[in-house]
Design a protein. Structure first.
Length: 122
């Protein structure tokens, strides 16, 4: 059985959690083209939202919608990694899991497009 008392606590737990998260982000930048493209989109969107005559709240909504795509991409990549860890042979459920992750990214992208059009079009 797993000994819960051996798990780090307090500041050490927070430090280790952040270290793991930054290691994962570094891996994503190195290995995932879609992640790099979505981060570039966010970087370009930041000054773009300043160009439009919209409120700060609307700017935040537009930028967070792109962050939502990035979040969904991270979850999709995690699903793909777990499926590949289980086995590389072709299996209908493995394909379904990967397709569902991809569909989540698609839906988050459609939400972002809808928000940008709603806020920016007269």
């Amino acid at each position: 059985m797993f000994d819960v008392s051996s798990k780090p606590t307090g500041v050490k737990r927070i430090y280790l959690a952040w270290s793991n998260s930054f290691r994962a982000l570094k891996w994503l930048f190195k290995n995932e083209a879609a992640f790099k493209q979505e981060v570039l989109l966010l970087v370009l969107a930041i000054p773009a939202t300043c160009y439009f005559n919209i409120s700060r709240l609307e700017q935040v909504i537009l930028l967070l919608s792109i962050v939502f795509i990035i979040f969904t991409e991270i979850i999709n990549t995690a699903i793909e990694a777990v499926v590949d860890r289980i086995g590389l042979e072709i299996h209908p459920l493995s394909g379904l899991a990967k397709d569902l992750g991809s569909a989540a990214v698609l839906i988050s992208t459609l939400i972002t497009i809808a928000l940008w059009l709603t806020i920016l079009l007269p």
